[in-house]
Design a protein around this ligand. Structure first.
Ligand SMILES: Cc1cc2nc3c(=O)[nH]c(=O)nc-3n(C[C@H](O)[C@H](O)[C@H](O)COP(=O)(O)OP(=O)(O)OC[C@H]3O[C@@H](n4cnc5c(N)ncnc54)[C@H](O)[C@@H]3O)c2cc1C
Length: 426
């Protein structure tokens, strides 16, 4: 029987270790030194690097990369189970070498980079010796890549890039920028003359590329191949977001359930009020529906490819945004006034729900992908009625019993009566 929802014991032990490690090492670090795991400050590194080393020693570093791309080759399903824990803690993804935007950039470097490009950028990224950013969206529109204008012009042994990008996450602190041009994907060291980073937004940068010159070998993948690379990059990123969202909604759920059992109102504990029970029951079902969708998608990627799992990945993307919105809101609401403050993780979690519906592609675009792909498996019905129009189906089915019915008028009458009651009589 292949439908097995259990985790193999060996990996289960790893997950137990991860849970304990996150609780006892990463959470305290996040609470006392927020951002230390990302920092280049030597004092912060002295705190975070030993934790990263422990992860490496357990063979859990950079788990997102398949073996053929230079990673441990655990696959997306195991990564999903791991991310169900990591997503609960701010800096856990970076301590485990699986943090965006570097993960997606590493994936395309691993898949499309030359040996020299891997040596210069992929391996240092894997070791967090350098950091990267992904420059795709432009100010005039993000959802439609046909609107992008940033272009690279070949000039001798160099490419000259001109254009303007918007919302390049962590662009200002990245060592390299992966820049999507209309005619290819390019690796641009941030210090290259002509890279102009605007003051705002602070975290997701607005960048102008003014006659930025990079050597010819900074083209990543084939010329004119940027859209293919972008799909590959974003496909992986979207499912990773969904995996981490499972962790976050479980956290919201834990907070909600604990609170419901801890307070009284109108003569009973809050958990005994039916509307509260409805909130808990709906959240339980929605979280598990999301979780199974994510795990099934991860399993599909492992057994086929990111490309073949495209419809499922798109469904994960807007479903995780929706479940995050619903469950974090219910949890926040359950905590009353406390929920509206930033004294628990809930307010930030709820505030992040709209972001989840926009980052890596807006919900609408993913819904269009799902509907279009799903509809490829259907055809219009040939006549006036749907295929499932019961009177027509019944007429067709009667042909199977024609000899019996023709030979026995009583049986024919019985069939007519029964059919009128079963379908036509309503
Ligand atoms: C937290 C965060 C991090 C990000 N990081 C990066 C990054 O590192 N690099 C990068 O390049 N970009 C990044 N982005 C940008 C992101 O890719 C874009 O925001 C996204 O593609 C949407 O583009 P837009 O913001 O221009 O919105 P628009 O494309 O203008 O869409 C706005 C709204 O218009 C409507 N709409 C648009 N298209 C359609 C459609 N086809 N059908 C129906 N309705 C539609 C929807 O209501 C949509 O929400 C990030 C965004 C966020 C929020």
């Amino acid at each position: 029987m292949a439908w097995d929802f259990s985790t193999e014991p060996e990996f289960g032990e790893q997950l137990d270790w991860v849970g304990e490690f996150c609780r006892t090492e990463i959470e305290p670090l996040d609470l006392v030194f927020p951002g230390a795991a990302y920092s280049r400050d030597p004092k912060a590194k002295a705190l975070a690097d030993p934790l990263k080393q422990q992860v490496k020693d357990r063979g859990l570093w950079a788990l997102f990369l398949d073996r053929d791309l230079g990673g441990p080759g655990f696959g997306q399903l195991k990564l999903a189970l791991l991310n169900e824990i990591l997503g609960r803690y701010d800096s856990a993804p970076v301590v485990f070498g699986t943090a965006a935007p570097d993960t997606g950039n590493m994936e395309i470097l691993a898949a499309y980079g030359t040996e020299e490009q891997k040596r210069r950028w992929l391996y240092p990224l894997m070791n967090q010796e350098i950091f990267s950013a992904y420059s795709m969206t432009e100010p005039q529109g993000g959802s439609d890549p046909n609107l992008f204008k940033t272009h690279a012009e070949r000039d001798g042994d160099e490419w000259v890039i001109n254009g303007e990008k918007w919302f390049t996450s962590a662009g200002a602190r990245a060592d390299i920028l992966i820049v999507m041009c209309t005619n290819g994907m390019f690796i641009v060291p941030r210090e290259t003359p002509g890279v102009e980073i605007m003051d705002y937004p602070v975290l997701h940068n607005h960048i102008r590329y003014n006659n930025v010159r990079v050597p010819a070998d900074h083209l990543l993948g084939p010329e004119n191949g940027a859209k293919v690379l972008a799909q590959r990059r974003l496909g992986g990123g979207r499912i990773h977001h969904a995996m981490r969202t499972v962790a976050r909604v479980k956290l919201a759920f834990d907070i909600m359930c604990e609170r419901a059992l801890s307070r009284e109102s109108h003569g009973k504990i809050v958990a005994e009020h039916q509307m509260v029970q409805e909130a808990i029951a709906d959240s339980y079902a929605e979280i598990n529906m999301l979780r199974l969708l994510v795990l099934w998608t991860a399993w599909t990627i492992d057994n086929s490819s990111t490309q073949q799992a495209r419809t499922q990945i798109a469904a994960c993307k807007y479903t995780c945004a929706k479940v995050l919105r619903e469950v974090s809101y219910r949890a926040l609401h359950m905590l009353g006034s406390l929920g509206t403050t930033n004294l628990t993780p809930l307010q930030a979690m709820w505030a992040s729900a709209p972001t989840m519906a926009i980052a890596d592609g807006v919900d609408e675009v993913h819904k269009v992908t799902v509907a279009r792909n799903v509809l490829k498996g259907y055809e219009p019905h040939p006549g006036l009625w749907p295929t499932e129009y019961l009177p027509a189906k019944r007429e067709e089915a009667r042909k199977k019993y024609a000899s019996l019915i023709d030979a026995d008028p009583g049986l024919a009458a019985w069939a007519d009566r029964a059919a009128r009651h079963a379908t036509l009589g309503r």
